[in-house]
Design a protein around this ligand. Sequence first.
Ligand SMILES: [Zn+2]
Length: 252
Amino acid sequence: MQLFEMNWPQVAALSKDTPVVFPIAALEQHGRHMPVFTDSLLLGEVIRRASERLAERVLFAPLMWLGNSDHHLDFAGTLSAAPRTYLDLLETLMENFIQHGFKRLVFVNGHGGNIVPGQQAVFELRQKHRQRSDLLLLSATYWGLGGKPYEVDPSIKQRQMGHACEWETSMILRIAPHLVGDLSKVEPVEFGSAFEPASRGWITKDRTEPGHIGDPRHATAEKGETLFRVFSDDVVKLLERVIAWDGRGWNG
Ligand SMILES: [Zn+2]
């Protein structure tokens, strides 16, 4: 079910155990060869595929395209909600639906800069509603749900999500090839290990001059189809678990 197509009595009539998904993405630079709307286009496609399979069992809010992208602001075209503004925005979205009586609320995220704010938002909301044992508040990122696309297609070289990388470029080639620039002119940018396992504060220009991280030259539309299939399968599996949750317990 798509929230944007419904009127308020239809929403009010839904079972309050219906999972509500807030897709959260971004608009930010994706190197010289990819459009700034990449994360929103990719998450939109993952959600489109998942929502077709889940049909009437899950309610999907429209994709929130404004994300937390302050680390990309040295590159033209980036639009960002500052971190604390973004945290308030996420908490407000879920809080609105808690007020409407819904209990199973899920952020499905498609942008690295949203991972920490998404987790912080569900953390803070749970403290605020600590008397409630019937709330399930989740934050999940589509490429972090366990799928290993390189095991499905061994020609996929990359092992983790980069930025405007083999994975993201392949997926844009699959759905909007006219938006991808000339890959023969793109140089690879190493992921690097920084100070792992510590988490280092960084801005994107610390790591890359052109704006991408990874090697987009290996991208193909066929790999893009595999990536979408793996990631949308993972999102469906997660939401099936949310549907099946007993409404009280810790495990699910
Ligand atoms: Zn991206």
